[in-house]
Design a protein around this ligand. Structure first.
Ligand code: TRP
Ligand code: SF4
Length: 419
């Protein structure tokens, strides 16, 4: 069972793709000129509509990347992965929106706003240290964004309780605040498309697969709240109006070859061009014209002792603000895919795909050359776990030392932060 608020057990990613209706990321990998290592290594395993982002890149149109962090504990390596993805997308041309989900931390986890504010700053320092640039970037606390809150209320008019209960398992005992949080998150994801942020555009949301229910709901809401809906047909696009057929009349006057029906209009030409022009019309008519957000999904981070990583168990993860020697110690205690005895391991080799150490190398700490070398020498029994861990623990403590130095030296005034 995977839901936004709890993860349990071993995850079969192919099955997840099938059951959630995502697309395998591998299918679009060769359309990306310089893919991030997380993409090449299959850590980013699935997506929805990422083609939209690739098309926007190809055609030099505006697009954005957005994701959020709940400041209910210290940022850790799981957060680093999302941060790396945001930074990469900003680097290749997207505008970055970084949400500090303080309302979620308050209403789901019960933290005080003073705490979420203090913790939120650590997340901001972290992503800045990982390379986020002040230009083409907005960082905001949910509670400080009037846009997000207003949009959340507006979106909530399109949802009823039984739908939310079916998605999130809410009961009649669930607090209204908790029920409302998915609306806030939908507001987070869609608000980069509001007029004041430059209008409709493709937006990609990098997240863990546990966040997919939010994405599915948000994609639905983007459609429901917008006037026009689109369906690709042979040679063009079928346009429908959700808010009354009088809007369809305007669609005929856009200069495309068209065929008119009672409930829809078919327009002929380049489908992306058509959708853009119709969305511009919608904005003129006062509509939202949201493009359903795209998403990419990365694999879960395994707890250091196996099982799931839990923010309530500091021994199960490496925080970006752990003392370097604590980080190193946690690495030395982690579960590996090694054999029971050294003799057996020399004979049979280790099992990197069931090894937390190898996962750490793959997600964060090894270049391609090093990773290949570790995998090869692990499998053939040349590398034993003790040495493999010792090497990683040195890398980790060095990383933490440098990272924390950088984090401390970040000047927050360089960034636009809505707080
Ligand atoms: N719910 C997310 C989490 O628990 C945080 C979040 C808030 C988020 N708003 C978002 C993620 C918007 C992606 C997009 O980690
Ligand atoms: Fe994991 Fe390294 Fe041991 Fe192989 S040698 S199982 S990669 S710790």
């Amino acid at each position: 069972m995977i839901s936004p608020w709890d993860i349990e057990g071993y995850v079969d990613y192919d099955r997840l793709i099938r059951e959630f209706g995502m697309k395998p990321f591998s299918e679009i990998l060769d359309r990306i000129p310089n893919p991030h290592p997380l993409m090449r290594r299959g850590v980013i395993f699935g997506h929805r509509d990422y083609e939209r982002i690739l098309n926007a890149m190809d055609r030099c149109r505006d697009w954005a990347v957005m994701s959020g962090f709940m400041p209910s504990g210290l940022p850790h390596l799981g957060h680093k992965m999302t941060m790396d993805e945001i930074v990469w997308h900003q680097f290749v041309g997207g505008k970055a929106f970084v949400c500090i989900a303080d309302m979620e931390a308050r209403y789901i986890r019960g933290l005080k706003f003073e705490e979420t504010r203090r913790l939120g700053e650590l997340y901001i320092r972290s992503i800045a240290s990982l390379g986020l640039k002040p230009k083409n970037c907005l960082i905001y606390y949910q509670s400080a964004s009037r846009y997000v809150r207003d949009l959340a209320v507006e979106l909530s008019s399109e949802v009823n309780f039984s739908e939310l209960r079916a998605i999130y398992g809410f009961s009649s005992e669930t607090s209204l605040a908790k029920i409302f949080i998915p609306m806030i998150q939908a507001g987070d994801i869609l608000h980069p498309q509001l007029k004041d942020f430059g209008g409709f555009k493709p937006v990609v949301v990098p997240v863990g697969a546990d966040q997919d229910p939010h994405l599915r709901l948000t994609r639905d809401l983007a459609n429901r709240i917008s006037i026009f809906s689109f369906e690709r047909i042979d040679g063009g696009v079928r346009v429908r109006s959700r808010k009354g057929s009088e809007y369809l009349e305007r669609v005929r006057d856009l200069g495309f070859e068209f065929r008119s029906y009672e409930k829809h209009v078919d327009l002929f030409g380049d489908p992306e061009e058509i959708e853009n022009v119709v969305r511009e019309l919608e904005v003129d008519l006062g509509g939202y014209a949201f493009i359903p957000p795209s998403s990419i999904y990365h694999k879960f981070t395994t707890g250091l002792r196996g099982g799931k990583m839990s923010s309530s168990k500091p021994e199960s993860y490496i925080s970006l603000f752990d003392k370097p020697e604590d980080g190193a110690r946690k690495v030395m205690m982690a579960f590996t895919g090694g054999r029971v005895t050294a003799e057996e391991q020399r004979r049979l080799g280790g099992n990197p795909e069931r090894c937390v150490i190898f996962e750490l190398y793959t997600y964060h700490f090894a270049d391609d050359f090093m990773l290949e070398e570790i995998e090869r020498s692990c499998r053939n029994g040349d590398l034993l776990c003790g040495k493999c861990k010792r090497q990683l623990s040195e890398i980790v403590s060095e990383f933490l030392r440098e990272f924390q130095e950088k984090a401390e030296s970040i000047n927050l005034d360089d960034f636009e932060i809505l707080i």
